[in-house]
Design a protein around this ligand. Structure first.
Ligand SMILES: [Zn+2]
Length: 266
């Protein structure tokens, strides 16, 4: 299982961070988790093929920093030189996902699938069986916006993604004994601009309570320093901790190792 960070950014735009997007390779599955602005360019920079994506997991569809590249992706699947997409696509997200995709189709009729089947599963909680893998969907707490977190288990390896959420017991359960927890870490505690996200201190709490073997923090607003965030997490969590940045990839497993950064010699 391999996770590639395509965008670790937020709505508070910065030049080195695309908005939210992560690519997960697990067995035969190629999953794109969220697809905000800049994510498709990053996907190509990571030398991943957008035609190979077979599942689109959307944590929430009401905030463009998590979905604004979706219309472009649907359009690209229809009109790529070399032929349109033919493989079926699974979209999983919270209630409102179907309405969002239909609104995209209404606004941009050329995004309607020309030659492939689009399967949309919307839910707050449930399991989606995938060949050789298990996808769990659980409700998160993101203000008034319907939001979910995801967990994928495949061949004894596992990773969980919080999407955007405040602290909630469902997130701790989602991350229970997971190999890698990819967590919203929007602000240092005491400096949160919005209360619908995790603070660094809460990230430490989720990590410690869940027994996650390793943690990657992401979705950081430009508030506070790495050291400040690191110190707050370390109040309760002592395990491996990675700070996401765009184009970083990490192999997920019992020995989740050091992340590699694409195109850099380090
Ligand atoms: Zn959000």
């Amino acid at each position: 299982m391999k996770l590639t960070v395509l965008g670790c950014g937020t709505v508070s735009l910065t030049p080195d961070q695309a908005c939210a997007g992560y690519h997960l390779t697990a067995g035969r599955h190629r999953l794109l988790m969220d697809c905000g602005g800049g994510v498709l360019l990053r996907l190509m920079q990571a030398e991943l093929d957008y035609m190979d994506v077979d599942g689109l997991l959307l944590s929430h569809v009401r905030h463009p920093d998590h979905v604004s590249d979706v219309p472009l992706l649907l359009f690209a699947w229809n009109y790529r030189v070399g032929g349109p997409r033919e493989a079926p696509l699974l979209v999983v997200g919270p209630p409102g996902t179907k309405e969002f995709i239909e609104a995209v189709h209404d606004l941009f009729p050329a995004t309607n699938p020309k030659s492939y089947q689009l399967i949309i599963r919307e839910m707050f909680a449930g399991d989606v069986p995938l060949p050789g893998a298990r996808l769990r969907v659980r409700p998160m707490r993101h203000g008034r916006v319907p939001a979910v977190g995801f967990r994928l288990d495949e061949r004894g390896r596992s990773m969980a993604y919080s999407g955007d959420t405040a602290y909630c017991p469902a997130l701790v359960e989602l991350c229970r004994d997971v190999d890698l927890a990819l967590l919203d870490c929007s602000f240092p505690a005491g400096r949160a601009v919005y209360d619908s996200h995790l603070t660094a201190r809460e990230v430490g709490r989720v990590a410690a309570e869940s027994g996650a073997a390793a943690v990657m923090i992401t979705h950081r607003y430009p508030v506070g320093s790495d050291a400040e965030v690191d110190n707050q997490i370390r109040e309760t969590y002592n395990g491996p901790l990675h700070l996401a940045r765009d184009l970083m990839s990490i192999t997920v497993g019992p020995a989740t190792g050091r992340p590699e950064v694409h195109g850099e010699d380090r």
